[in-house]
Ligand binder design. Structure first.
Ligand code: NAD
Length: 369
């Protein structure tokens, strides 16, 4: 590097920052664990930084791109989801932004699977019983029973990277699988899962024959014992099949009263007041959420209603929160490594400086010749 590159990171992402510094970068990291105010990020952009490392907590839009005009060359997002970044604005200002897809796929999918199990088998209520010394006797069905996951039917909403990884885990639990994705259907993957299921049955590894198929949303919702959501947040105007409030009063009413919802995607995909109502009035049996319309979850959220606490699990946007997944400096293993590599690719002109060839750049369309 001839010029010393200046980078502002809105959050500490661990050892990868030191690696950037060792490489000769001048990196400033926002010291707080909380997100910096937007005005500070705008001010940093105006100060002539070359690169910006962001998280899903930072609103990245025209105001920020405009402040960085002439100097800001890349925004490296520490997440796979990028609904906090205004893609149209990035394209208008011709700024590439990167994400950290793939390295958090298995971590997020396994967390969704564990949430499903914890919810169905009532682990939270069961532990409370023990801790509060209310476990008076062993009994065949008192004080409550849970539902098995094994052999049940799961609907996977969104069959991208995480949806497909979730399918793999559900297939291992002999589940039947209903897939819904109006944009991308991976029939090859689904056929391979079916072949594996058939082999497991033929070799006596599982007793019942199991199946997997693509269906409509209606069939997925009405037929599933569990519904697991793996879509990006897409608002009206951003897609012909937006996902904002995809789960609402109407969709909850279509689910079985014994069914459970698991959401590890983005909070606004679920209308939380509708969900609280669906849980209170028992339209569905339960829900486990990792993400919320507002994060952190406000104190007055209807989801905190004690009347539904036995069937509503609330996790703190934690699905990718595994050590290697979050912090490994290896771009093939960790979000930190991949985030920094995306930044380096742009700032150091890797791939012959052709942004359309850089694997972690999201908005390649803005750079196509
Ligand atoms: P992906 O882009 O590989 O997959 C998303 C899939 O959703 C795509 O196949 C797309 O066609 C599909 N889709 C789009 N609109 C749809 C609709 N209306 N109905 C059904 N499907 C639709 O993304 P991914 O890597 O699998 O990640 C999915 C999302 O999960 C991310 O965008 C992010 O918001 C979220 N996520 C959350 C956490 C967490 O910590 N809770 C971690 C990782 C990812």
């Amino acid at each position: 590097m001839t010029k010393r590159m200046r980078v502002f990171a809105t959050c500490d992402i661990g050892e990868s920052i030191s690696l950037l510094r060792d490489r000769g970068y001048d990196v400033e990291v926002y010291p707080g664990p909380e997100a910096p105010p937007k005005s500070l990020i705008v001010e940093k952009s105006r100060s002539g930084i070359d690169g910006l490392i962001t998280t899903l907590r930072d609103a990245v839009d025209a105001e920020l791109f405009d402040a960085g005009k002439g100097s800001l060359k890349v925004v490296a997002q520490y997440a796979v989801g990028f609904d906090n970044i205004n893609r149209a604005d990035a394209n208008r200002y011709h700024i590439p932004f990167t994400n950290t897809a793939d390295v958090l796929t298995e971590a997020t999918a396994e967390f969704a699977f564990f949430m499903m199990g914890a919810l169905a088998r009532k682990l939270w209520s069961a532990e409370h019983l023990t801790r509060e010394n209310k476990w008076g006797f062993w009994h065949p069905y008192l004080p409550f029973l849970g539902d098995e996951v094994t052999g049940k039917t799961v609907a996977i909403i969104g069959t991208g990277r995480i949806g497909l990884a979730m399918i793999k885990k559900c297939a291992g639990f002999d589940m039947n699988i209903l897939c819904y994705d109006p944009v991308y259907q991976n029939h090859e993957h689904i056929t391979a899962i079916q072949e594996t299921n058939d082999l497991r049955h033929a070799r006596g590894i599982c007793r019942e024959k199991t199946w997997i198929k693509y269906v409509t949303l209606e069939v997925a919702l009405t037929g599933a014992d569990f519904v697991s959501v793996h879509v990006p947040l897409l608002r009206e105007g951003e897609s012909s099949t937006p996902t904002y409030h995809l789960f609402n009063e109407e969709t909850f009413r279509r689910m079985k009263p014994t069914a459970f919802l698991v959401n590890t995607s983005r909070g606004p995909v679920v209308d939380e007041s509708a969900l609280a109502k669906a849980l209170r009035e028992k339209w569905i049996a339960g829900a486990a959420l990792d993400v919320y319309e507002r994060e952190p979850l406000p104190a007055d959220s209807p989801l905190r209603d004690p009347a539904i606490e036995d069937r509503c699990r609330l996790l703190p946007h934690f699905a990718s929160a595994a050590k290697i997944t979050r912090l490994s400096t290896d771009p093939d293993k960790g979000m930190a490594g991949r985030c920094v590599q995306g930044l380096i690719d742009v700032l150091e002109g890797n791939y012959g400086g052709d942004i359309t060839k850089m694997p972690y750049v999201v908005n390649k369309e803005a750079f196509a010749k």
